[in-house]
Design a protein around this ligand. Sequence first.
Ligand SMILES: Nc1ncnc2c1ncn2[C@@H]1O[C@H](COP(=O)(O)OP(=O)(O)O)[C@@H](O)[C@H]1O
Ligand SMILES: [Mg+2]
Length: 359
Amino acid sequence: MGELRLENVSKSFGSMSVIKDVSLTIETGEFVVLVGPSGCGKSTLLRCIAGLEPITGGKLTVDGVDITDAAPVERGLAMVFQSYALYPHMTAAENIGFGLRIAKAPKAEIAARVSEIASLLQIEHLLPRKPKTLSGGQRQRVAIGRALARKPKFFLFDEPLSNLDAALRAEMRVELARLHAQLGNTMIYVTHDQVEGMTLANRIVVMNAGQIEQCGSPLELFNRPRNKFVAGFLGQPPINFVRVTGWTQEGGDVQLALSGGTAKVQSHHPIAADAQLELGIRPEDLRLADKGLPVTVEVVEHLGNETIVHSRLGDGCGLTVRLTGQAKVQVGDLCHVALDPERAILFDTQGNNVSGLLA
Ligand SMILES: Nc1ncnc2c1ncn2[C@@H]1O[C@H](COP(=O)(O)OP(=O)(O)O)[C@@H](O)[C@H]1O
Ligand SMILES: [Mg+2]
């Protein structure tokens, strides 16, 4: 078991409201990732769930039991932080077994559990070593091992990989996904790295200024963002936004007028005549074409497997195009860009998705 429910949870520090009426149910075994910009309240929400901060409104339950006022140790969870928070004077083995020693588990049981965890995390050879002799990635494995030791109902991770370099982060990301598949525990994972979120999550929760903007599977959020904030947060390079005027034609397609040309896109909802809109189009949904919107190429990133072209429309609006393979594009080129009409998303002037949902 390990279902966690947040009902109208709020948290203020003095007069500053940091978490605003957040409701969310996390099912047993789910890997839920909280993403959002720095300062939006991710760590605070996690600390409230852990019981490290009292909440100022709402209710928390685990498997139906109210834990709103329960002490951290009574909540059946383990937390892994960005800073590994290992005890420097203890070996890796002692760090992993620490919680069990505090709980007065028999020595033989602790030894068995530590070796079981070490083998799961492939750190047997590190057990006799002190934290200062370990690399960042090794320390983080030990910290994860310590969290695993007491068989918590669920795990809370607060940016556990952000102190690691990019290559190690990518490796640990895959290891964490494998660990979750093996253990099946409920996991709540905070990151500001949307790639990490997309890789690990069964469900992503996008937060902004203490509130949930949208939650859903990674592809649901990518394909059907509720608003510009969510659309802009997921995807690298980020989605392009272009001011357009649009109207629904007979037959249902939407005709767009924009700088230097027109485009036709699909929409699940009709668009009123001459509506002021923003077109959201992802870099991979644009291509170079004989006919299309005229752009000037400003920067080209030749990445080997793909080419990222940063260009500009006549009215100065930037347009990033992502081409597979090694495209022969040069700075200063005048090109034409065409868009995939099925992949366009239309937003109103308040930033809400008005074209409905992509498949
Ligand atoms: N103990 C605290 N006292 C006062 N303000 C805090 C405290 N902890 C966090 N905050 C504020 O709450 C907001 C959210 O912080 P945090 O949860 O750390 O964001 P995130 O983890 O998303 O970057 C920030 O404005 C931060 O300054
Ligand atoms: Mg944080």
